[in-house]
Design a protein around this ligand. Structure first.
Ligand code: FES
Ligand code: FES
Length: 152
């Protein structure tokens, strides 16, 4: 099968049931995407598949033929995506472990919802953070939404 990751095409010939997360980290060396719970609950492994947030730990390679995957390494060439900008400005991360997944999740749903209310943010940003950075995450999402609106 064929898969595109961060704009580059690959042929995949290994186990079709292998989770995408293992392929990204072990085969491609894209270690920005983290393993947390492994059962689709925490969101630390969030990537985009054809523009939608997906949990890579529970996405088997068999579902990805012809699909395009973007990881935190490919979200922008230089860390300038509006969500990354807002995250940096507000110094969101604490230990950092969950943060790539947080950013990928926010970047996905903000693409469709440019004026989220506080309730929207609580509803759509469901990734877990063991360090409890939720307050700064909310602020950063609101700021990123503003940047996205400015960028049109
Ligand atoms: S590691 Fe995938 S959701 Fe937790
Ligand atoms: S910043 Fe440590 S788990 Fe979220």
């Amino acid at each position: 099968m064929k898969i595109t990751v961060n704009g580059q095409g690959y042929q995949y010939v290994d186990d079709p049931e292998q989770p995408l997360l293992w392929y990204l980290r072990d085969a491609l060396g894209l270690t920005g995407t983290k393993f947390g719970c492994g059962i689709g609950q925490c969101g630390s492994c969030t990537v985009h598949v054809d523009g939608r947030a997906r949990k890579a730990c529970i996405t088997p390679m068999s579902r990805l033929d012809g699909r395009s995957v973007v990881t935190i390494e490919g979200l922008s060439a230089d860390g300038s995506h509006p969500v990354q900008r807002a995250w940096r400005e507000l110094d969101v991360p604490q230990c950092g472990y969950c943060q790539a997944g947080q950013i990928m999740a926010a970047a996905s749903w903000l693409d469709e919802m440019r004026e989220p209310s506080d309730d929207d943010i609580d509803r759509w940003q469901t990734n877990l953070c063991r360090c409890g950075t939720y307050y700064r995450i909310r602020l950063a999402i609101a700021r990123a939404a503003g940047y996205l609106r400015e960028d049109g």
